[in-house]
Design a protein around this ligand. Structure first.
Ligand SMILES: Nc1ncnc2c1ncn2[C@@H]1O[C@H](COP(=O)(O)OP(=O)(O)OP(=O)(O)O)[C@@H](O)[C@H]1O
Ligand SMILES: [Mg+2]
Length: 270
């Protein structure tokens, strides 16, 4: 799969934020959260992004899906620049979707399952109301939500079920790239396994491409074909999962692996 054509790529992505003022008479410091990151994601590949808290994973994710502008660099979909403000962005927005860490917090609790999954479809002029209803039914089945749940509200669901709704919503516009930012870290371990299995099945069935952010290397070992390791805003190592996690080239990756308690990596391998 690593030989597949490149679907999504990042070229020299840099993001600077204004940090918190330390002294009232000093200007606000500039924080470089992402530093000249370049990545190529072939079609159908699941690329893991790992690194400690604050290293810039979520910032990079938000830039890739177009939720945040980069200070420098470009994102390309099939070799064409996106998030540039032109017409191509519309289709890119449908194709690249994000799944968030906190499934309960990222869904409006007052909306029904139907409303939540249907929302991204409303702006699509080519779908009638009946077609939208059919699409929602199909998406619910795809993510393993029972049809009778359709009129329930988000607050009636467990974290795992909310994440199923989040995944259905991300797939509503027939996205083929999912950027998943710690999609299971807020869930109980037994539920994590179910959601990871679902994500794995969906990737096979629908031919999806994943950017999978996680601080849990055993999860990455299970889900990802390739891994990029971020350290202070930079990608310091990038390669096949087996190579990066079992024969790391960079000292920081070794440190990250050594910090796993017990034999976490071995237990979750396929
Ligand atoms: N809107 C913002 N304004 C200022 N600084 C920000 C902003 N968003 C992120 N940062 C800073 O950028 C850096 C990277 O943050 P980011 O959330 O991308 O890290 P992360 O790798 O996702 O961390 P975590 O594993 O905790 O989720 C941090 O130093 C953070 O404080
Ligand atoms: Mg984050």
């Amino acid at each position: 799969m690593a030989d597949n054509p490149i679907l999504l790529s990042a070229h020299g992505i840099t993001k600077r934020f204004l940090g918190r003022r330390r002294m009232p008479w000093r200007p606000r410091p500039v924080v470089e959260a992402v530093k000249s990151v370049s990545l190529d994601v072939p079609r159908g590949v699941s690329l893991g992004i790992v690194g400690e808290s604050g290293c810039g994973k979520s910032t990079l994710a938000r830039i890739l899906v177009g939720l945040l502008d980069a200070s420098d660099g470009s994102v390309q979909l099939e070799g064409r620049p996106i998030w540039t403000g032109d017409a191509a962005d519309r289709r890119a927005r449908e194709r690249i979707q994000m799944v968030f860490q906190d499934p309960m917090g990222s869904l409006n609790p007052r909306k029904t399952v139907r409303e939540l999954i249907e929302a991204p479809l409303i702006g699509l002029a080519n779908l009638s109301a009946a077609e939208r209803r059919d699409r929602v039914d199909h998406l619910m089945a795809l993510v393993g939500l029972r049809p009778e749940f359709i009129h329930r509200h988000a607050h009636e669901f467990s974290g795992g079920q909310c994440q199923r709704i989040g995944i259905a919503r991300a797939l509503a516009t027939e996205a083929d790239i999912l950027v998943l930012d710690e999609p299971v870290s807020a869930l109980d371990v037994s539920i994590q396994a179910q959601i990871l299995k679902l994500l794995d099945d969906l990737r096979d069935r629908l031919g999806l491409t994943y950017l999978f952010i996680s601080h849990d290397l055993s999860v990455v070992n299970y889900v990802c074909d390739r891994v990029a390791v971020m350290y202070f805003g930079e990608v310091v190592e990038d390669g096949p999962t087996e190579q990066v996690l079992h024969r790391p080239a960079h000292d920081y990756t070794r440190l990250l692996i050594d910090s796993i308690p017990g034999r976490g990596l071995a237990t979750a391998s396929r």
